[in-house]
Write a protein of this length. Structure first.
Length: 151
């Protein structure tokens, strides 16, 4: 199965403990109820916080949870650029700023670094810039890694 965008079924909210995870993001918790999921591989990507305000360096900061084979990974991606219209191909350029704050991947995942990054990019492509609300026909992603990012 490939990644699909969907609203999160209630049974998955419970299965993955999303309400407890939500409390770690935004004052009062996030209310994100959509994700990009590959059920066969047990991987999901969920946007849990997005910067606000007029400053691009804040507005373009997105925080995500990336669940990878039983491991919850918190990441921050900054949206550098993007484009594409409704009913047309789209694209986005992301920069991975941090993984689990400045802690990086847990030790037992270090050997899977390249696979995790490839799956993250694949999930971002499927997300198409706005998940279930995307109206793009196809999508491409550039994923850069910040020099300061510890993996």
């Amino acid at each position: 199965m490939r990644f699909v965008n969907e609203f999160i079924p209630e049974e998955d909210v419970e299965k993955y403990g999303l309400e407890a995870i939500d409390e770690n993001f935004i004052i009062g918790g996030t209310n994100s109820r959509q994700w990009t999921i590959d059920r066969e591989r047990d991987i999901y990507l969920r946007n849990v916080a997005r910067g606000g305000g007029n400053e691009p360096e804040i507005r373009n900061q997105w925080k995500w949870t990336f669940y990878w084979h039983g491991n919850l990974i918190n990441i921050r991606l900054d949206l550098l650029d993007g484009g594409g219209g409704r009913g047309k191909p789209g694209w986005s350029h992301w920069k991975l700023i941090w993984v689990n704050g400045s802690h990086g991947l847990p030790e037992h995942l270090h050997k899977y670094r390249e696979e995790i990054l490839a799956d993250l990019k694949e999930a971002l492509i499927a997300y198409k810039g706005s998940g279930v609300y995307s109206k793009n026909t196809s999508y491409s992603v550039i994923l850069d890694i910040s020099n300061e990012c510890t993996l």
